[in-house]
Write a protein that binds this ligand. Structure first.
Ligand SMILES: *Cc1c(COP(=O)(O)O)cnc(C)c1O
Length: 228
């Protein structure tokens, strides 16, 4: 019950944020991040109409997926992916938000399942803070990685993603979201028109992200509740 209500509330907030910024609710894909929650909770969200789900670990997705067979939805991997998990990642997910190296792109391509499978949609994760401990590529490295992904037939480059630093006041995160949008605009103008998706915004800051142009928001806590 609670998940249905949470989802309704989040959808309303997404709609209001799009209206405020002159956009349409259907321009923003809501991804329910179900990490740490069991398949039953995912099913509840599905029954409430949710169709995009995200996990941050391949192993967890592998464990949960048998209980969710047959659901007609899209799966997004949003956490860091190790090259030795490329094969299951390609099999289990339709979207990868966290591509952060040419080596990983190559491994994903080598691990691609049958040629008739749709390409894996990938977003390049950008580390805007240049914080050494976080994953993602530096701004100056995006174009080279984008070129590499283009050469790989099993991957489809679609956009950029970022996880900004956690700041209590969401408005302080706004410059990061704005920066990612500007980077995508600039790259589109210099030969990467396919960079149309902007994956940015989580439970505490998704409205600001939408105001700054997010096309995909990744929301866990506001839908499923606090993680244990
Ligand atoms: C967990 C996670 C989210 C969702 O975070 P909430 O604050 O619970 O909404 C979004 N993106 C990534 C990469 C995550 O790991």
């Amino acid at each position: 019950m609670e998940i249905r209500e949470n989802l309704e509330r989040v959808r309303e907030r997404v709609a209001r944020a799009t209206e405020r910024s002159g956009r349409r609710p259907q321009d923003v894909k809501l991804i329910a991040i179900s990490k740490t929650f069991p398949p039953e909770r995912i099913r509840e969200a599905y029954d409430a109409g949710q169709r995009d789900f995200g996990e941050n670990r391949v192993q967890e997705a592998q464990a949960k997926r048998p209980a969710l067979a047959g659901l007609d939805c899209a799966w997004h991997l949003v956490g860091h992916l190790q090259t030795n998990k490329a094969k299951p990642a390609h099999e289990l997910f339709q979207w990868l938000h966290s591509l952060d190296s040419a080596r990983l792109a190559d491994k994903l391509h080598q691990a691609a399942p049958a040629a008739d499978k749709p390409r894996l949609k990938v977003l390049i994760e950008v580390n805007l803070g240049d914080e050494a401990a976080k994953s993602g590529v530096k701004e100056a490295e995006i174009a080279a990685l984008a070129e590499e992904v283009r050469r790989l037939a099993s991957l489809e480059l679609v956009g950029l993603m970022t996880v900004p630093p956690f700041l209590d006041d969401p408005d302080q995160v706004r410059p990061y979201f704005r920066r990612l949008r500007e980077l995508a605009e600039r790259l589109r103008a210099v030969g990467f028109p396919e960079l149309t998706e902007l994956s940015m915004g989580m439970s505490h800051d998704f409205e600001v992200a939408i105001e700054e142009g997010a096309t995909m928001v990744r929301i866990g806590t506001a839908i499923f509740g606090a993680r244990g």
